[in-house]
Design a protein around this ligand. Structure first.
Ligand code: FES
Length: 106
């Protein structure tokens, strides 16, 4: 199991467990865990509503890709720890990471 901690927009934290080898993006996992994520573009990296902030990442996450960078640049509230959760595959390297949900809600 991969263990992540998710902080919602109200600051409440919850631990979630994801089976290894599931091959989903973090956005898909968050939606499956019933977090309110719009993901309007369905994970194509062009809506930015799946914006998360990486609060902690014990292992380094894959670098920001070009699509992601372009989109994050359009977000006034994005910072150096910002990621698009649809561009992050959940795998063992994410073990112990803490993400805060930032994107706009419904
Ligand atoms: S779901 Fe649209 S950018 Fe991630």
């Amino acid at each position: 199991m991969i263990h992540l901690t998710i902080e919602d927009r109200d600051g409440n934290r919850q631990d979630i467990e994801i089976p290894e080898g599931i091959n989903l993006s973090l956005m898909e996992v968050l939606k499956a865990s019933e977090y309110d994520i719009l993901a309007t573009c369905g994970g194509m990296g062009i809506c930015a509503t799946c914006h998360v902030q990486v609060l902690e990442a014990p292992n380094s996450l894959p670098p920001v890709n070009d699509t992601e960078l372009d989109m994050l640049d359009t977000l006034p509230e994005a910072g150096p720890d910002s990621r698009l959760s649809c561009q992050l595959r959940v795998n063992e390297d994410m073990e112990g990471a803490i993400f805060k949900i930032k994107g706009e809600s419904n």
